[in-house]
Design a protein around this ligand. Sequence first.
Ligand SMILES: Cc1cc2nc3c(=O)[nH]c(=O)nc-3n(C[C@H](O)[C@H](O)[C@H](O)COP(=O)(O)OP(=O)(O)OC[C@H]3O[C@@H](n4cnc5c(N)ncnc54)[C@H](O)[C@@H]3O)c2cc1C
Length: 430
Amino acid sequence: MPADQPRHGPALVPGSPRQVAVVGAGMVGLATAWFLQEAGVAVTVYERDHVAAGASWGNAGWLTPGLVAPLPEPAVLRYGLRAVTSPRSPVYVPLRADGSLLRFLGSFVLHSTARRWRRGMAAFVPLNRRALEAFDVLAAGGVEARTQPARPLLACFRRERDVEPLLTELEAIRATGQDVDASPVTGRRARDLEPALTDRVEAAVQIHGQRYLHPPEFLASLAHAVRTRGGELLEGTGVTDVRDEPGGVTVVTSTGGRQRHDAVVVATGAHLGELARRHGVRQPVQAGRGYSFSVPVEQLPRGPLYFPAQRVACTPLGDRLRVAGMMEFRRPGEPLDPRRITAVVDAVRPFLRGVHLDDRRDEWVGSRPCTPDGLPLLGATASPRVFVAGGHGMWGIALGPATGQLLAQAVVKGEAPPELTPFDPLRQTP
Ligand SMILES: Cc1cc2nc3c(=O)[nH]c(=O)nc-3n(C[C@H](O)[C@H](O)[C@H](O)COP(=O)(O)OP(=O)(O)OC[C@H]3O[C@@H](n4cnc5c(N)ncnc54)[C@H](O)[C@@H]3O)c2cc1C
């Protein structure tokens, strides 16, 4: 497509950036690059490592707008310190947390109130509404990897009374205007639906109308589409600085290269703060590390399985089951802790049959980009030609394309669409 002919994107007007750099080739960066191209913008994507080197590789791949909600919520306050300092706990904080982690946690706790959760949820609703449709736009525009309907997503519980917190949460989500269709079923019905469940599952909730994808395949396909449309994707090219200078924005790479662009979008996941801070973004982005692995199964589950009490997500990917879980607040670069893999395995073993949990492949740790108020950072920084897109925490796969679509509008028109207002990267929070 010629660089100045828009398809479904906003039209370029005089003064619109024509050549934009995106830093980071995860879901958010690549989706933003794709939607910029849709608007007729030429893109260069800088990636320190390779496509999907960050959280966008080993995640559970759920496209579940019905479950998207801010991470800080009142239940966090009930975990208590003992729970979160045990390596077996699904939410883990090291005992020797450093200053920046302590500041993040302090602010996170302040946001874990019902009132703030409702406010955050209201901000997510318009983004959630666009989430699945944005995947359809990618598909219609030539991204070959497909999303799968979850028929249904099944949340599984040990006891009937354990279902209550999820139903209450879904009710609270519905009360904010988010559509979510869920129906409780007995353990027996759950096992009929999903023979991979054991009789330790005594109750379940079917959540309808959601989807999932195969993260590595989808990201490869999205990267391929960006390249095919003429985008330059520079893997192995880390960015050390982004400078807003007269006449353009200069991207400085780790090899000392300097390249001028009309605008830059920083989409570096859990590393967002490193490049965004000098452009006035004060909100910290903390790594909420999660673990995953894949295992062979005798009969592949028909759709994703969710164990809310254990905080574990299982997703059929190809001919294997990916098992993902844990929220570990540590530095992104620290090594994988095998105790966390063991904790995930032990948590789900009683509930699954015909699933060979000891025959694991692709053991992986990756960093969810988490903000203290649980909302992403999307839009222009104090430098109007430098934008950030990230901080989606648990939901950057589901919300990546909708984010890219809206952010491309902000870049091209120089004005943020109203859906992005609550996600202003310059917002001040306690
Ligand atoms: C276990 C687990 C399960 C999850 N399950 C789901 C799920 O089911 N559904 C969902 O929606 N979300 C899920 N998530 C969250 C989701 O994975 C993230 O929110 C999402 O991948 C973030 O995407 P991103 O593009 O912002 O960041 P990333 O995917 O981390 O991409 C950032 C990229 O920037 C690159 N980079 C960093 N610094 C630089 C630099 N200086 N120069 C150049 N490149 C740089 C990195 O190498 C990386 O490739 C899960 C996460 C985990 C850990």
